[in-house]
Design a binder for this molecule. Structure first.
Ligand code: GRF
Length: 192
């Protein structure tokens, strides 16, 4: 089965996914890495890994609908089993979400429904939470609000900063959880 991965930045989740396809832990092929930013470092990684890449700059589009329509025109012919948001930092329109219903997933760095949106690590620290983590969820029109598929937790340690906590969430949760969940979704048609 084919995956299309959407990025905007460093692509640490993309790297974890590609590594998992290479090691056989994730029996799928990353058919395309799509970015809305030409300077996304994840593109360099994809190119070095021999994975097709494409940049669709949101600045080149008058509105979200037109940007999303072009992304869809690129994605749909590939008929991916899953479209994977991995550090993708654009809010998607309803037509895009509807067109990919049941195939569109995201990873969010919090224990949803806690802390949808940005600055999740700082907010968890501010709240004095004992735990934090990441959630893989179906994408719906509600930002970071779709049904949660799986979560991973870490303890918040004394002296944690948003950076140290974010790094722990990424290293101990995200890079393991996402490939695992994607493989599960490919093998069992989970509730979509
Ligand atoms: C990570 O915090 C991830 O949870 C969120 O985007 C951030 C950067 O991810 N989805 P990446 O390094 O671009 O994969």
């Amino acid at each position: 089965p084919r995956l299309v991965v959407l990025i905007s930045g460093r692509g640490r989740n993309l790297q974890a996914i590609v590594d998992a396809t290479r090691s056989g832990r994730l029996r799928a092929e990353v058919a395309l890495v799509l970015s809305n930013r030409s300077d996304a470092a994840g593109l360099d990684y994809a190119r070095a890994a021999g994975i097709p890449t494409q940049v669709i700059r949101h600045q080149d589009h008058a509105d979200r609908a037109s940007f999303d329509a072009q992304m869809l025109a690129v994605i749909e012919p590939l008929q991916p089993a899953l479209v994977v948001l991995a550090g993708f930092m654009r809010i998607l329109t309803l037509p895009f979400i509807r067109a990919l219903q049941g195939r569109l997933v995201n990873i969010h760095p919090s224990l949803l429904p806690l802390y949808p949106g940005l600055n999740t690590h700082a907010r968890a620290l501010q709240a004095g939470d004992a735990e934090h983590g990441a959630s893989v969820h179906w994408v719906t029109e509600e930002l970071d609000g779709g049904p949660v598929i799986a979560q991973g937790r870490v303890r918040i340690e004394p002296g944690d900063t948003p950076e140290t906590l974010g790094q722990r969430v990424l290293e101990q949760v995200e890079v393991r959880l996402y490939p695992e969940v994607l493989q599960q979704l490919l093998t069992e048609p989970a509730a979509r």
